[in-house]
Design a protein around this ligand. Sequence first.
Ligand code: SF4
Length: 355
Amino acid sequence: MIIPEQPTETAPAAKGSSFLSVQDLKVSFATEDGIVRAVNGLSFDLEKGRTLGIVGESGSGKSVTNLTILGLHNPRTTTVEGQILLDGQELVTASDKELAKLRGSKMSMVFQDALAALSPYYTVGRQIAEPYMKHTGASKKEARDRAIEMLTKVGIPQPQTRVDDYPHQFSGGMRQRAMIAMALVNDPELLIADEPTTALDVTVQAQILDLLKDLQQETGTSIIFITHDLGVIANIADDVLVMYAGRCVERGTMAEVLDSSQHPYGWGLLRSIPHMNADVDKPLMPIPGTPPSLLNPPSGCAFHPRCEFRDKVGGDRCVTELPRLELANGHLSACHLTPQQKQDIFAQQIQPQLG
Ligand code: SF4
């Protein structure tokens, strides 16, 4: 089926001083099978010192968005349109040299797999010290002292000796802490954390989240936290942006989305995570179906093949018409259900299932 070009969603900018402003971002890749539209008209703002959670299944465009902000996409195969302003500086048109200067100083990233991100050939201390020397011109001795200071900050025991260890000598949780130390060594104003706790057990996961929260309070860094699991960011994010098939389908404060999500995909995410007061014997409800291919996404609302509520919208609107991001019951959502329908379904069907 040929899918007609669909209009870009519109979304009002957040209030307050925006440190990072992403406006109508579109990212596509040329592949042998055709054009993959990974991000399609995404807009959001992030204020200083706040944490934005970007949530969605794999292939929703969340990681591509953040690699594009960092300028880590392949410019030969990727087309980027729209605007990304970091503290007023345009990143979409910035040169590789300008982006490299910003990475590791003004913005940095923590990846999911610390073992893959850290080099096995260099000590942990050297890997923390090098970006510090590069961006500040510090001496080897000063950079080593800074590495020890950062290891102390992220809670590595005996940092004076562990600084000379290699990554394989650290546990999984310690490696993740070391990567956070590396990412924060130059006091970046923006930290992008891409599924930083996915590979860790629940206790270590909670420790890493607490660490990020504490460090943010100390430094005022803005954080984008990417995850497929809404539950992970429930205690750390101020705001949340839910992505599906390269678009934002819901955006609000964390409390708004947790307490009154206004989108069937958001409801699916909420039902698939354990809740504090829920009956422990009650099974979690995974979202049926699989995320769509971005080579040939479904027409209209991309969620329609998986949506159990599309019959409540008149005619075939869900299949033919792209829902725009609009205010409904206090925050933004992109769904053809009326605000009253959303409120009623959430209160009567979804909330009782959450416990
Ligand atoms: Fe479901 Fe239709 Fe809303 Fe999409 S627009 S989420 S298909 S009800």
